[in-house]
Design a protein around this ligand. Structure first.
Ligand code: SF4
Ligand code: SF4
Length: 199
């Protein structure tokens, strides 16, 4: 079994890779900060204290919930730090959960990264599917035709998934997402860099 320090390091590296992936994308204004309005935001003690120094009043609206084997703080919904201009008033110190959105770590063991099909998530899905095809071709995998068929099927359902995501205001709603292993996150980032260098 991996020790806690190693797991934390691994998660930190994955989060950094996701920050880099997200540099390739932007949130369209017509999303109106859906995630900040409806998604629960989990905070570590450190993140909670930073936000608390910014506003006691806003953090007073948080609650403590169980997450995996530990307890975390959870901000109220809509997030009290969301400004009337739909921008984050705590952007510089926003929690990791916000920073990596629409990626979100699952509660499975080992943990995986799911991607929610919001407007930005949809763009990431499309590139991710391209990456899958690229990888299959590179490995001369004979299953390419089947993979292509599966991917076009997944792309066909993308608008539907995205619509149900935006209609969902209930955190228990099971919006269908795609899920990546940690190593796929690093590979996908390499692929995006490779595409950028090719331009
Ligand atoms: S991350 Fe997704 S849900 Fe959040 S503002 Fe951007 S497009 Fe909208
Ligand atoms: S802290 Fe900022 S980014 Fe995070 S949910 Fe609140 S407003 Fe959105």
């Amino acid at each position: 079994m991996k020790d806690v320090k190693k797991v934390k390091q691994e998660i930190q590296q994955v989060n950094e890779a996701i920050f880099n992936i997200l540099n390739y994308y932007t949130c369209p204004p017509d999303c109106h900060s859906f995630c900040c309005n409806v998604c629960p935001v989990d905070l570590t003690d450190k993140e909670y204290n930073k936000l608390r120094r910014l506003s006691c009043e806003k953090t007073d609206k948080s609650k403590v919930v169980k997450y995996r084997r530990a307890y975390v703080h959870q901000l109220d919904k809509p997030c009290p730090f969301l400004g009337s201009d739909e921008l984050c008033t705590a952007y510089i110190i926003r929690p990791v959960t916000c920073h990596i959105y629409p990626f979100n770590m699952t509660e499975t063991l080992p943990p995986l990264m799911q991607i929610f099909p919001c407007m930005m998530g949809k763009e990431i899905y499309k590139d991710y599917f391209e990456y899958k095809i690229y990888k299959i071709k590179k490995n001369n995998d004979i299953g390419i035709n089947q993979a292509k068929a599966e991917i076009s099927e997944a792309l066909r359902g993308l608008d539907e998934r995205s619509n149900s995501y935006y209609l969902s205001t209930d955190e228990d709603d099971n919006v269908k997402t795609i899920v990546l292993t940690f190593s796929e996150i690093f590979d996908f980032l390499d692929y995006l860099r490779f595409c950028q260098n090719r331009q």
